[in-house]
Design a protein around this ligand. Sequence first.
Ligand code: PLP
Length: 415
Amino acid sequence: MPWPAQQWSTAAERPALPVSALPGPVVDRLYALARASGDEPLSAFVYEPGRAARAAAELRAALPEWAEVFYAVKANAFPAVLGALAPAVDGFDVSSLGELRAVRAACPGPGAVRTIATGPGKTDRMLRELLRTDVAFISVESGLELRRVAGAAARAGRTVPVVVRVNPGGGPLDGALRMAGHATQFGVPEDALGDVLATARALPSVTPVGLHFHVVSNNLDAAGHAAYVRSCLELSARAARRHGVGPEVVDVGGGIGGAPFDLRCFGELLAATPPPDGTRVVFEPGRRLVADCGWFTAEVTDVKRVGDTAFAVLGGGINHFMLPALLEVALDAAVLPVEEWPYDCPRPEVRDTPVSLAGPLCTPEDILARGIRVPRLRAGDMVVFPLAGAYGWEFSVSGFLSREAAVRTTTVPWA
Ligand SMILES: Cc1ncc(COP(=O)(O)O)c(C=O)c1O
């Protein structure tokens, strides 16, 4: 892709995936969901949480032992996925009150799971609830947020470790979403770091322990990502010398992409340049752990030709699965044939033709994929998109047209 394994531009014609590309338990689950959906067209995410746990174990095994892995819950907050990941990671990275509550609901019990809190726009209520937990640290995005965290901690009668998020001036990284190196809203610019760290040192209810970075998503270049981690360590060491803070913690954020990102090479490069003794290097992967544990499906509600283009209208579009359209990712899709046809009128279909797969919203932007050459596609069939486990259900415009949310469910594991 910029999505894992993407090989097409969004406009390129490409064949539909064969049904055999879908795991059997996923197909079984989708047919069962379609049968149960009644007269509302099906739109659903199906997850196999065990795959997320395996991806986490694979990442852990590749990383040096000084690295810690906190799963970025924003990528997929489905309870069964959180439950499967909990024993496979060092903790969870939450960016909202909703995510904090999702983690606590999925992993109940005091101290069941370690959390860190990152991301812009933390609310007072989120801070209050966070400070009732043993949050490992909170990343602050500005001088004001630092003071608000300090105020909340003082009112809670405690001190809390904080890291300051840096918006670095530049860097060698590429990826689907650049979050630094040009003007973005995230973190504190390098030249303002001294002031923010001095304030942090002076506030009795916070303990500044290091710096936080997150500058890219879905980076596919392992050597580039290792160089980026090294640059975070160097910047942290410089900040420690200049401003006397840390580096107990260097949080290097997320951004590790799917294939062809070479995890083994990444781990070996990191192991060659360890951090100073006593420094914890925290990774916050999202997509890498969950992208391939999910499939999105939507029922075809109509099929038509307009000029030269064949369109299928689906029961769910960018209201349920928006990120690929936003990033212009060329999704792959399979057609799952459904034999039942409940209407007493002819069933529209197209054969051996490229089709644009549109959603049900009143905007021409609501297109999930173009140019999928289908052997046959009928109204009433299902279209299935693999690699839908990350930023799928969570990253959508579900309010538009007030349609129902997509179903979320799991399938049984397979070997
Ligand atoms: C602060 C932060 N950490 C971690 C992540 C996870 O990124 P990824 O899914 O690319 O690993 C994100 C994603 O936006 C983020 O904003």
